[in-house]
Design a protein around this ligand. Structure first.
Ligand code: IPM
Ligand code: MN
Length: 356
């Protein structure tokens, strides 16, 4: 198959991980007779430097015209002082919204080799960690009205959190469909004791639950959920939640699996053209040192093959290669443990290529 992939190299240590993911994609393409062509698109800090805009229209168009987008991570101290709409993060938000990617899928699954790296007690980890956070990605407080104004001689800032029923329904349905393909448990996470948006979420979710009688549906407040994720993560199969709660809970969920540097994500909308990115940030503190963990980005590329290109065998091979290098005890600094061998970013890429 021929596929055109838009590549966003990203900021700080991100180009290092995207480089490794591209090597893996090329190897898989050669092995299976596919042709992957790449179109470089600029977003985030590098787009600010190049165009003075975190996502110029030309770059969004390149992404929309591609078969899918692979991204590392964006942002860094260099752009921190910039006004809200000129920050790198704004480019990412505009990319997600511009491509209509409302469904963000963030798996939290423990790799047995990394069980000791989990900050949780061994007996909690032993019960198993294998759940998915389905995060609504283009609504809520990220996209509501923001303003800062003067009142009584001081500044006041307001961020609003709107959700329309159709926005809840389409992500809720993804939650139920994802659960149907797994252990058939869905937890809607919200703050319905305080927020109107959460009460509307529950009303819509109740309507959907009637369509999925096989799914064991429950609801949980977000503060309790944050606690339950570290107390008893085995209870979760699929969590569906609004944008900001999903942002926060998915960082927590990934860290209990051993390293945030291992967790990929997919973002999809109505078409098969998705955005694939690690859930971690651009790790400015270790940029340029060839020590960053490329695995989340490599696994994001595998997810692209699985979910957007319908190449499950190819995705399986990449995941198996990652599994094999972990079995051999190779670790980047973020997940280093006693008795293992520490390797850098390129060496980790080399090792995964060697398995393919
Ligand atoms: C993420 C990131 C982004 C988000 C930032 C960079 C805007 O934290 O992908 O989780 O909050 O969505
Ligand atoms: Mn985040």
């Amino acid at each position: 198959m021929n596929k055109n992939i838009a590549l966003i190299y990203g900021d700080c240590s991100s180009p290092e991980i995207v480089t490794q993911a591209v090597r893996v994609l090329d190897k898989i393409a050669a092995k299976h007779g596919h042709t992957f062509t790449y179109t470089r698109a600029y977003m985030g800090g590098e787009a600010i430097d190049k165009f003075g805009d975190p996502l110029p229209a030309s770059e969004l168009e390149k992404c929309k015209a591609s078969d899918s987008v692979l991204l590392g991570a964006i942002g860094g101290p260099k752009w921190e002082g910039m006004p809200g709409d000129k920050r790198p993060e704004k480019g990412l938000l505009r990319l997600r919204a511009g491509m209509g990617l409302y469904a963000n899928n963030r798996p939290a699954k423990i790799w047995p080799q990394l069980a000791a790296a989990s900050p949780l007690k061994a007996e909690i980890v032993a019960k198993g960690i294998d759940f998915i956070v389905v995060r609504e990605l283009i609504g809520g407080v990220y996209f509501g009205e923001h303003k800062t104004y003067e009142e009584n001689g001081e500044k006041v800032a307001v961020d609003t959190m709107p959700y329309a029923e159709h926005e809840i329904e389409r992500i809720g349905r993804i939650g139920f469909e994802t659960a149907m393909k797994r252990r058939k448990k869905l937890t809607c996470v919200d703050k319905a004791n305080v927020l109107d948006t959460s009460r509307l979420w529950r009303a819509v979710m109740h309507r959907l639950a009637a369509e999925y009688p096989e799914v064991e549906y429950s609801e949980m407040f977000v503060d309790n959920c944050a606690m339950q994720i570290c107390k008893n993560p085995a209870q979760f199969d699929v969590i569906v939640t609004e944008n900001m709660f999903g942002d926060i809970l998915s960082d927590e969920a990934s860290e209990i699996t051993g390293s945030i540097g291992m967790v990929p994500s997919s973002s999809l909308g109505e078409s098969s053209c998705g955005l694939y990115e690690p859930i971690h940030g651009s790790a400015p503190d270790i940029a340029g040192q060839d020590v960053v963990n490329p695995i989340a980005c490599i696994l994001s590329a595998a997810m692209m093959l699985r979910y957007s290109f319908d190449m499950p065998a190819e995705a399986d091979e990449i995941e198996a290669a990652v599994n094999a290098v972990l079995d051999k005890g190779l670790r980047t600094a973020d997940m280093m443990a006693e008795g293992c061998t520490q390797v850098g970013c390129t060496a980790m890429g080399d090792a995964i290529l060697a398995e393919l």
